[in-house]
Design a binder for this molecule. Sequence first.
Ligand SMILES: *[C@@H]1O[C@H](CO)[C@@H](O)[C@H](O)[C@H]1NC(C)=O
Ligand SMILES: *[C@@H]1O[C@H](CO)[C@@H](O)[C@H](O)[C@H]1NC(C)=O
Ligand SMILES: *[C@@H]1O[C@H](CO)[C@@H](O)[C@H](O)[C@H]1NC(C)=O
Ligand SMILES: *[C@@H]1O[C@H](CO)[C@@H](O)[C@H](O)[C@H]1NC(C)=O
Ligand SMILES: *[C@@H]1O[C@H](CO)[C@@H](O)[C@H](O)[C@H]1NC(C)=O
Ligand SMILES: *[C@@H]1O[C@H](CO)[C@@H](O)[C@H](O)[C@H]1NC(C)=O
Ligand SMILES: *[C@@H]1O[C@H](CO)[C@@H](O)[C@H](O)[C@H]1NC(C)=O
Ligand SMILES: *[C@@H]1O[C@H](CO)[C@@H](O)[C@H](O)[C@H]1NC(C)=O
Ligand SMILES: *[C@@H]1O[C@H](CO)[C@@H](O)[C@H](O)[C@H]1NC(C)=O
Length: 448
Amino acid sequence: MVIDSLMAERGVTKIKLIFGFIVVLYTSITCIHAANSTLSANQTIRYNETIVSTQETFELGFFSPDNSTNHYVGIWYKKRSYRTVVWVANRNASLTHTSVGLTLTLQGILNIQDATTGNVPWSSVNSTRTSVRNPTGQLLDTGNFIIYDEGDQENPIWQSFDFPTDTLLSGMKFGRDLVTGFERRLTSWKSEEDPDSGEFSYRLDTRGYPQVIITDGPNITFRGGPWNGLRYSGYPNFGANPVYNFTFVINQREIYTNGRVKRFLWTDSKQEWNLYQAVEIDQCDQYALCGPFGRCNINGAPVCECLKGFEPTAPDQWRNADWSQGCRRTIPLDCGPAEGFNKYSNLKLPDTKASWYNQTMTLVDCEKMCKSNCSCTAYTNSNISGTGSGCLLWFGGLIDVRTFSENGDTLYIRMPASELGKSKQYFHFYLHRKHLHISIIYVLAQTR
Ligand SMILES: *[C@@H]1O[C@H](CO)[C@@H](O)[C@H](O)[C@H]1NC(C)=O
Ligand SMILES: *[C@@H]1O[C@H](CO)[C@@H](O)[C@H](O)[C@H]1NC(C)=O
Ligand SMILES: *[C@@H]1O[C@H](CO)[C@@H](O)[C@H](O)[C@H]1NC(C)=O
Ligand SMILES: *[C@@H]1O[C@H](CO)[C@@H](O)[C@H](O)[C@H]1NC(C)=O
Ligand SMILES: *[C@@H]1O[C@H](CO)[C@@H](O)[C@H](O)[C@H]1NC(C)=O
Ligand SMILES: *[C@@H]1O[C@H](CO)[C@@H](O)[C@H](O)[C@H]1NC(C)=O
Ligand SMILES: *[C@@H]1O[C@H](CO)[C@@H](O)[C@H](O)[C@H]1NC(C)=O
Ligand SMILES: *[C@@H]1O[C@H](CO)[C@@H](O)[C@H](O)[C@H]1NC(C)=O
Ligand SMILES: *[C@@H]1O[C@H](CO)[C@@H](O)[C@H](O)[C@H]1NC(C)=O
């Protein structure tokens, strides 16, 4: 079996850390009573005991992170030579001693109970189900722990997949339930020793057209961009993988410090992680670096440029590499009938938090709709798969745009009549520190 894992890494040191982390954990737990995969009502898993999924893929029980004397209930890969924790129940309520148990109550609630004090430091949230007759808990080979009533596994009353920690496993839903408002997001561990919620979250921003974002506290630090039917707009070379199921982990304070997102494959035969694909997170991935109507070009010097037809809003700041004010139109729009749109290719689509969309409209109708609304600044297909479909509209400033050398998205930006049709294609050469890079970039020529 091969598991494909995508992790934010602190370079090579982190890989070593993973190994160190796991090895210590493995040796710290000597006695494992691998029983069955289920937990019946009133049954308790004690500190030294675990349950294991049918095909022995996952194991559930108590564990302590390396360098920590605290105990947690978690789920980890059973077959690994070291422990990779994928879920933590009481990340927020650590246990300081080992006279503890995990019990499924007759009401179908999972409780961590302190045997000495009788306290319940952690409990699964109440289900909406009012009357439970005969609950069972089961650890599945997907890594999901479900609680179901009277054998009805298809409709669990509670499941760990609804409460992700920092790991996205295949089959897990990620995002927001728009009906109940319930959100499933990944939140990093506070540190290697502490699984409590850290500052970084990986989540789906559902204001406007949905887009994946990474937040650091209240601030967006990275925007993966909207799903364009094939891939996230901000990961041009990182499409869905049909061969491997993947695990996406984010770690606290590590995504931007060294700027690499790596994708690892776990090979059972070799018992090791192998680097499968690496995505460089570069300066242009810093959210909104170039301000409204600016675009980031990692091959440019400086990296920020104004989109064609725009000029720096604050030229002095701009020259000093403070691009936060972004750009403004050289010639203002008047919303007259001669206005139109210029086509920009190979872009990361702008922030969609103030966008509007309709998934069935055609591109022609999309243009009409944008043109008929004076505050609409850009449009494109929401789905580029096949011949393209759907309509995505932006209003006001276009934020967090960057250019890619390939696999970027197309955007149509509103322009005054005098600026129309100035688009052209040209070759782009640059000498990298180590190698000569030649690519074709489809951008508008700069008028200087
Ligand atoms: C555990 O502590 C030791 C000594 O301070 C340190 O070398 C090691 O990196 C720590 N391990 C983790 C996973 O933080
Ligand atoms: C765990 O099991 C081992 C071996 O049976 C035993 O020595 C140890 O005391 C147990 N620890 C706890 C906390 O129950
Ligand atoms: C942590 O636990 C406290 C109560 O013990 C709760 O109020 C809080 O919402 C929890 N935080 C998270 C992030 O789960
Ligand atoms: C669970 O539901 C019961 C009855 O509705 C309520 O009294 C209790 O406070 C709830 N517990 C939690 C943790 O929400
Ligand atoms: C969020 O951004 C504001 C403004 O840039 C900054 O002052 C604040 O420190 C940031 N907060 C975090 C947690 O980075
Ligand atoms: C991937 O997931 C599918 C169903 O979600 C499962 O049938 C398949 O066995 C998984 N593949 C691997 C390699 O785990
Ligand atoms: C989307 O556009 C189609 C075709 O123009 C229209 O029939 C439909 O009502 C629109 N849906 C929404 C939610 O606006
Ligand atoms: C233009 O679009 C904005 C944002 O969706 C909306 O609030 C406004 O009512 C629209 N104006 C017209 C004239 O349709
Ligand atoms: C995108 O378009 C393709 C091809 O027309 C279609 O199969 C797919 O369902 C569409 N995706 C969405 C999310 O509408």
